[in-house]
Write a protein that binds this ligand. Structure first.
Ligand code: TRP
Length: 453
């Protein structure tokens, strides 16, 4: 375990936990690559017309996502604190602490529904491997609805909380870093096996074409908002997650290079996920616009017809489970780091309490997908949808806005900490001062007033 001493002002980490350089990159990629890449990205791409949407997503990721990512990590390393204390440490202005409170709330809400979907992947892994998903004439939609409406998702959600709580309790280098160092390379191997399998299926080219041959007529103004929102979600931005990870980065590490590595990692995994999912779906004559059910309804149907489908299906859901777990750990770390400095809790106590609270909050989310609470609507949305909507379209944009404004206007020495000078510094500042806040504001106003629910 490598440790260096802390020289930061008040409210910072007691024992100065640190990532190794490669450990940080892997952990950050682990955070960004998640259900967002493997489950959400394919279905929103499917719903918004394929390749043109993918291009738009790339533009949003590079033009807005990466500058904000760099800003978050820079604030974390410069301030050496959690989502609340870092901003305070850098300016001495106590009002910035509200950002921390907001981040903690966002983290609880995201974790509560994220763990539900992560839990589904556990059940689907087991079912695939034991042949439970390959009965002849099986109705995959009904199967999913039955399963998601029962009590098993709550059991699996508890398992997700236990695993991620345990990893977070073990600390940065001994827990989070180690976990990602094992899982992320394993992840890449499984991903490549599945990519080769799907690209060699008969009729795979129709799927590749859908994913990579753009038809711009399919885009509308809403696609831009969805793409931008997803760029944020996919890079784990807008809730102090990358800020918190950034606070454990060594001074010598280049944050600019880390930003590029994480960007390539996130985009690369989304790209390969698309190359797995669309060829498979098209090859078996299924539709790519199945929405939330794409991974859990259309894909099992495809795997069931494939030779050795139980094996490939099992691999696919293991992949999803790994992606989800390495992200869940990073979400959990935000309130844990907060509780450790704010209330001086030990890491283990903080991890246990935060994971338990998220578990309880997640129960109504789990029951509201197709279960007993699915008819309980608040302004037309289920509890599960509210968790998703309120975080992705309201709280995360607000969090992103705080980060851009803080780095662009309030903190004068961000360029120094980020290691940017000349053209890159200017481009970064123009993005943080004008481009990013404007775009984020549009997303926020749109979701508040144009299409509130
Ligand atoms: N980026 C992850 C994904 O793509 C999810 C995630 C992890 C996240 N940490 C986050 C989303 C922080 C928003 C904020 O699935």
């Amino acid at each position: 375990m490598r440790k260096s001493s802390s020289n930061s002002p008040g409210g910072s980490l007691k024992k100065a936990e640190r990532f190794s350089s490669s450990g940080f990159i892997l952990a950050a990629i682990g955070s960004s690559v998640g259900l967002g890449n493997m489950w959400k990205f394919p279905y929103i791409t499917g719903e918004h017309g394929g390749a043109a949407f993918f291009l738009l997503f790339i533009v949003c990721l590079i033009a807005v996502g990466l500058p904000v990512l760099l800003a978050e990590m820079t604030i974390g390393r410069g301030g050496r604190g959690n989502a609340a204390t870092s901003l305070f440490n850098l300016t001495g202005n106590k009002y910035w602490k509200w950002f921390g409170a907001l981040s903690v709330l966002t983290a609880f809400l995201i974790m509560s529904y994220y763990a539900v979907v992560a839990g589904w992947t556990f059940q689907y892994t087991l079912d695939s491997l034991t042949g439970g998903l390959s009965h002849k004439g099986m109705d995959y939609e009904a199967h999913f609805n039955d399963f998601a409406g029962g009590l098993m998702p709550i059991f699996w959600q508890a398992a997700v909380m236990l695993i991620s709580g345990y990893v977070v309790a073990r600390g940065i280098s001994g827990g989070i870093e180690k976990f990602n160092k094992i899982l992320i390379p394993g992840f890449l191997i499984i991903l490549l096996i599945l990519m080769v399998r799907s690209l060699t299926l008969p009729g795979a080219s129709a799927g590749v074409e859908f994913f990579l041959k753009p038809d711009f007529a399919k885009l509308d103004s809403e696609s831009v908002l969805v793409a931008l929102g997803h760029a944020f979600f996919s890079l784990s931005l807008g809730m102090g997650c990358m800020l918190t990870y950034g606070s454990y980065v060594k001074k010598e590490q280049s944050l600019g290079k880390a930003t590029i590595a994480i960007g390539i990692g996130d985009l690369g995994y989304a790209f390969i996920a698309g190359l797995i999912i669309f060829p498979t779906v098209f090859s078996y004559g299924l539709q790519p616009d199945k929405g939330v059910g794409l991974a859990f309804m259309a894909l099992p149907a495809a795997f069931s017809q494939m030779p050795f489908g139980a094996f490939f299906g099992g691999l696919f859901f293991i992949l999803l489970a790994i992606a989800a777990l390495t992200s869940a750990v990073s979400i959990l770390e935000v309130p844990v780091a907060f509780a450790m400095t704010q209330w001086k809790w030990s890491r283990r106590k903080a991890a246990a309490i935060v994971a338990s609270v998220c578990f309880v909050l997640g129960i109504p989310a789990a029951l509201s997908v197709t279960g007993s609470l699915s008819g309980f609507l608040i302004f037309g949305k289920t509890v599960f949808d509210w968790f998703d909507f309120s975080t992705a379209y309201l709280l995360m944009p607000i969090g992103g806005l705080v980060v851009t404004l803080f780095t662009g206007y309030a903190w004068k020495r961000a360029g120094e900490e980020a290691g940017l000078t000349g053209f890159w510094y200017k481009a970064w500042m123009v993005t943080l001062r004008y481009v990013a806040p404007l775009l984020i504001l549009v997303v926020l106003l749109y979701s508040l007033f144009v299409k509130p629910v």
